[in-house]
Design a protein around this ligand. Structure first.
Ligand SMILES: O=C(O)CCC(=O)C(=O)O
Length: 274
């Protein structure tokens, strides 16, 4: 289904920029199988009978010109699970981050329709102060050809070296999606060099949890759809008390007497064999 070997060039690119872009990642025979999942999922047709953890857009209920997002669709759909829990993602994230294994902390199914609005610039790891260590590594897989005009994902080069800031501002559909980024850059005297993920359908990118990223309006007449796997080190645990970012949603999976991130909710997707 997916294939990647992290070689020294990719490792060096990642260390320098905080992301890598891969033109061919998903076997194209699977493309339509994944695309065909989008409508049923956003209609609330869940194969496993389990609702995803977050579901911000529904047919007939919400405006058409926003970016539609489901979080943890893997719980609702077995094909989505087969990709976001794929060992190649776990191994690639681990190799890039020097981890010995990876768990899935969350997935996203993202659908930016024609005219679909922005997603504000942010750092993924800023949302997970409720786990130790507070880090993340993301694999973003595009199901459509992407371009700047389509409101593709964009990254600030080298921003993974700028430390982590608490999440601020609007995530969904801000008028100025670079507002928080510009404020941060001004206050900290940072120069912004932006890279756009322009890949054919089936392409992907991987980014560090500290890398600033966001996306603009889709001004084309075509859809821009992506499946995203957010990973953490395999031996991460719940922070005993913090509940910032998405903690208000995900701390409910904490056991009463333990800080363990239970595999039923945070699946192990790859671990180094000694
Ligand atoms: O696809 C997008 O526009 C944003 C995706 C994103 O924020 C992420 O993958 O972390």
């Amino acid at each position: 289904m997916i294939n990647l070997k992290i070689n020294t060039d990719l490792q060096n690119d990642f260390e320098e920029n905080g992301f890598i872009i891969i033109k061919n990642f998903l076997d194209l025979n699977y493309l339509n199988k994944f695309i065909n999942k989008f409508e049923p999922l956003f209609r609330g047709d869940f194969e496993t009978g389990v609702e995803p953890d977050e579901w911000n857009w529904k047919f007939g209920r919400d405006p058409n010109n926003v970016t539609r997002q489901i979080c943890n669709a893997w719980k609702s759909d077995n094909l989505i699970k087969s990709i976001v829990c794929h060992k190649v993602i776990g191994e690639s994230c681990s190799k890039l981050m020097n981890w010995k294994g990876a768990k899935l902390i969350q997935d996203n199914v993202l659908w930016k329709p024609p005219g679909g609005k922005t997603l504000g610039y942010h750092q993924d790891a800023a949302y997970d102060d409720w786990i130790i260590p507070q880090t993340m590594m993301t694999c973003w897989i595009s199901l459509d050809d992407t371009s700047r005009e389509k409101g593709t994902l964009e990254y600030v080069k080298g921003s993974h070296k700028w430390g982590l800031n608490p999440p601020k501002g609007q995530f969904h559909s801000p008028d100025n999606y670079k507002n928080e980024l510009n404020k941060f850059a001004k206050q900290n005297n940072k120069k912004l060099e932006i890279s756009y993920v322009e890949v054919p359908a089936g392409g992907a990118s991987f980014h560090h949890g500290f890398t600033w990223h966001g996306s603009g309006i889709n001004i084309t007449n075509e859809n821009r759809r992506a499946i995203v796997a957010h990973c953490i080190p395999h031996d991460s645990v719940f922070h005993p008390t913090n509940s910032g970012g998405t903690g208000n949603i995900y701390r409910k999976y904490k056991k009463h007497d333990s800080n363990e991130l239970d595999e039923s909710y945070f699946p192990l997707i790859w671990k180094e064999i000694k």
